[in-house]
Design a binder for this molecule. Structure first.
Ligand code: SF4
Length: 227
């Protein structure tokens, strides 16, 4: 748990990026996870003793750095820290906007959606576009389905008034075909995001195995973004 970095975003805002998990805790075990495969696959929020000290540290860091935005982007799924709501309110009480990065599955769970609704910006992700690929490449918890995943994000979006950002990751040989792009477009229409980012893998290891070419990325982006 720590401040990872401070940077200026494309809207010229000072952003403080933080991790609120001691090690990886996530609902998925994606084959291309940049954090690695070690960690706990769970959808239960955990109490971490170190959160107490982290809250005091974060308060001091916010007072010193005075960021415009607190970007919560953890080693996995930030909702799995049972004190996430306190972290969100620590920032909100200091007039700092809160942006929360999540894969989006838990937005369909009332206890987590309640915290997300307090945030100024929430992200969701689109990667696999078939149930088979979802199980094979994103390796979610037992019983999770792609249908439920998208339903969870769409249901949350219908209630959420803040900025909803969607990250689409193109995966070579998996979702870079016309059928998949069509499904991505359909779900994006339902999600009505404020902003969409279409990306592929950047780090060498995963880029080699799963990255699409710059030309493919550009072609698919045009279709997805409709420009
Ligand atoms: S959702 Fe993100 S953090 Fe979780 S396993 Fe997949 S890539 Fe890793």
């Amino acid at each position: 748990m720590r401040v990872k970095k401070i940077f200026t975003d494309s809207q010229n805002r000072k952003v403080m990026e933080i991790n609120v998990l001691p090690t990886k805790y996530c609902t998925f075990g994606c084959v291309f996870c940049p954090i690695g495969q070690k960690g706990e696959k769970t959808d239960k929020a955990h109490h971490f003793d170190e959160t107490e000290a982290f809250l005091s540290y974060l308060e001091r860091e916010i007072e010193v750095e005075k960021p415009d935005v607190l970007f919560i982007n953890s080693m996995g799924e930030s909702f799995l820290n049972s004190r996430l709501e306190e972290i969100v309110f620590l920032a909100k009480d200091k007039n700092v906007k809160v942006s929360l990065y999540t894969n989006g599955y838990l937005l369909g769970y009332p206890q987590f959606a309640k915290v997300a609704l307090f945030c100024d910006e929430i992200s969701g992700e689109i990667k696999a576009t078939t149930e088979e690929d979802f199980r094979k490449y994103q390796r979610p918890l037992e019983g999770y389905t792609l249908e439920e995943y998208w339903k969870n994000m769409i249901g949350f979006r219908e209630r959420y008034k803040g900025e909803f950002v969607i990250y689409v990751t193109l995966i070579r040989g998996v979702n870079d075909n016309p059928d998949s792009i069509g499904r991505i477009k359909d779900v994006i229409t339902k999600l009505d995001p404020s902003r969409i980012f279409v990306e592929t893998f950047e780090d060498e290891k995963f880029c080699k195995a799963f990255g699409v070419s710059a030309q493919k990325l550009s072609e698919c982006s045009k279709v997805i973004l409709g420009n």
